[in-house]
Ligand binder design. Structure first.
Ligand code: AP5
Length: 216
């Protein structure tokens, strides 16, 4: 896989985080998940974490100014000889424009935008059964943990918990917000010939094979 500046886009529960973990092992790239960063701020009880939580638990987007500022600081960690994988950013056209400006200033560009496409009923099923590791933030499915909610993370043995935005009302709101605010960036990147759709129904391994194929 040669491509290294990658954006992962898709509805909540499409498997962006799951595929990102596998991609990170293949590509030596800086991985930035804005959702993970907000959750990390929250667990460290920072002001940003407390502010973000008000929006996250309701399934709303965190205000652009806060999000863009946080993303900009993270991008500073990128070294010249490594690419980046952005998961969950941009989430609307304002953020996409801001990213474009940030990258221009650094003389960087996006190689590909992978759009993970999954029907809504499957998204709801995945999110309702998801458990997340408190330590490494890896998502896991309750079925994969054999129904035992106290089981440990299969990557780092950390404790698993259920995200409060995986409650039914918040899932519904997140799907609506995706339709209204995030879907327009699919056209935005399609017009720039950057968008590649990945059929994300199938096993995690099957989807990853499609990702690898798209990045060849
Ligand atoms: P964020 O953490 O980015 O959440 P999201 O985009 O809603 O995506 P998810 O993490 O829910 O899903 P995913 O696609 O990563 O799927 P996963 O791999 O976990 O954002 C959370 C909140 O933070 C936002 O709502 C917002 O408030 C705020 N935020 C973040 N970024 C922001 C931004 N840029 N601007 C403003 N606000 C922002 O998989 C889901 C489940 O499915 C798992 O259980 C997994 O094991 C399972 N699974 C994965 N693949 C498969 C498969 N192929 N088959 C079966 N099961 C699978």
């Amino acid at each position: 896989m040669d491509t290294s500046n990658i954006i992962l886009v898709g509805p909540p529960g499409a498997g962006k985080g799951t595929q990102a973990i596998m991609l990170r092992e293949k590509l030596d790239a800086l991985y930035i998940s804005t959702g993970d960063l907000f959750r990390s701020h929250l667990s460290n009880e920072t002001d940003l974490g407390k502010e973000a939580q008000k929006y996250m638990s309701a399934g709303e987007l965190v205000p652009d100014a806060l999000t863009i500022n946080m993303l900009s600081q993270e991008l500073e960690k990128k070294s010249d000889d490594h690419g980046f994988i952005l998961d969950g950013f941009p989430r609307n056209v304002v953020q996409a424009d801001a990213l474009s400006e940030l990258l221009d200033r650094k003389d960087l560009s996006i190689d590909v935008v992978l759009f993970f496409n999954v029907p809504n009923d499957e998204l709801v099923r995945r999110l309702s059964t998801r458990y997340t590791c408190k330590v490494c933030q890896a998502p896991q499915n309750i079925n994969q943990s054999e129904g035992n909610v106290t089981s440990k993370c299969n990557l780092c043995e950390g404790e698993l918990y259920q995200r409060n935005d995986d409650a039914p009302e918040a899932i519904k709101r997140r799907l609506d917000v995706y339709d209204q605010e995030t879907k327009p960036i699919l056209n935005y990147y399609e017009e720039q010939n950057l968008l590649t759709e990945i059929n994300s129904v199938g096993s995690v391994e099957e989807v990853f094979t499609r990702v690898e194929g798209a990045l060849q």
